[in-house]
Design a protein. Structure first.
Lengths: 128, 221
């Protein structure tokens, strides 16, 4: 088996991405995802070394070429990425909306400044 | 009328906001403007006209502004009713008086303004069609029967305001609000109101294209 330059480049890229994603701390729930990532990285490296593996798997599931199957997988992966990102942004938006609202309300003060609560707060400063 | 707060979401309406507030304050002295990150002098103009101003640090959207207004007025123990009112001058204060009267009479806990109960409001055909479709969708997906779902004019009593939690920051909040009121089992009525489509409000108003964005926001929530 002869290793081509592109195969080396791709393997290095996969390893770098995998290492970067694996680094950093996280909760226990992340472990499964990380194991999955390792498996994925191994499969990716394998398919780079033996491109025919993808093709034979594609044949097995009834897709003509390996590249086609990779493309389909990519479309699915991209869509799920889009959806998770959408959900994350939505959560993020909810959080910063609440934060901004809290700031705005605190800055605005009570709706009735002359109400009993704020009068007491202002008293210490009245004499000075 | 001191127990009624008028909530006006405000975003870049420098030219008209002072007149709108002065007009409202003739009947309802308690006015709060939620300045949603305006880049013009809207907030200062509103404060000068005698409204309380709550300033969002940056633009969050009209739904977020309404929720901020609800929480602000809930902090006032003497608040019994809130009115949501548009900043661009298309709503009539005479309509608000009638709506709050109906709350006060105990006829309902929520009064929705509707521009389709009589023919005073002049909207063009395309706008009417889109608004009808929006009502149809809202009626279908919520526990309510309304003739106009995307009207910014509403009068709501305290008990219901306390239950509201608007999370749709952008325009889909109108349907969300109706849905939450439907789910709360509060008694609601509709009140015929006159929406004045001035050249100003037409230029500032929603593009019909935005209805597609609203639908997407509602389905993806």
């Amino acid at each position: 088996m002869k290793i081509v330059a592109i195969q080396l480049v791709l393997i290095v890229a996969v390893v770098v991405v995998a290492v970067r994603l694996l680094r950093g701390r996280g909760a226990r729930t992340q472990a499964v995802r990380r194991l999955g990532l390792l498996v994925f990285a191994a499969l990716a490296a394998w398919s780079i070394l033996f491109p025919s593996v993808v093709t034979s798997f594609a044949r097995l599931v009834g897709v003509g070429r390996g590249t086609d199957m990779v493309l389909y997988a990519l479309v699915v992966a991209f869509l799920s990425f889009t959806l998770t990102t959408f959900g994350r942004f939505h959560d993020f938006e909810t959080r910063y909306t609440k934060l901004a609202r809290r700031l705005a309300l605190d800055e605005a003060g009570p709706p009735r400044p002359s109400a009993s609560g704020s009068e007491q707060q202002e008293e210490p400063y009245a004499g000075s | 009328m001191d127990d009624t707060w008028v909530i006006i979401p405000l975003y870049n309406e420098e030219d008209v906001i002072a007149d709108v507030i002065l007009d409202v304050r003739e009947k309802f002295p308690q006015v709060v403007c939620i300045d949603d990150g305006s880049t013009d002098g809207s907030a200062d103009a509103a404060a000068a006209a005698g409204a309380r101003v709550v300033r969002h640090p940056f633009n969050l959207g009209q739904g977020a502004a309404l929720q901020t207004g609800f929480q602000f007025t809930l902090a006032d123990p003497s608040m019994k009713y809130v009115v949501t009112f548009d900043a661009d001058g298309q709503h009539q204060i005479a309509d608000v008086v009638g709506m709050v009267e109906r709350l006060r009479a105990g006829e309902a806990e929520v009064v929705f303004g509707s521009r389709f109960m009589d023919d005073r409001t002049k909207a063009n055909f395309a706008k009417k069609m889109v608004l009808r479709a929006a009502v149809g969708y809202t009626n279908l997906t919520t526990n309510t029967r309304l003739t106009d779902a995307h009207n910014g004019l509403r009068a709501i009593s305290r008990r219901v305001v306390a239950q509201l939690d608007i999370t749709q920051n952008r325009m889909a909040h109108a349907s969300e609000l109706v849905a939450q009121i439907g789910a709360s089992k509060a008694v609601y009525v509709e009140h015929p109101v006159h929406i004045l489509y001035t050249d100003y409000s037409k230029a500032k108003g929603q593009s019909l294209w935005n209805s597609i964005n609203i639908l997407a926001d509602l389905m993806l929530r």
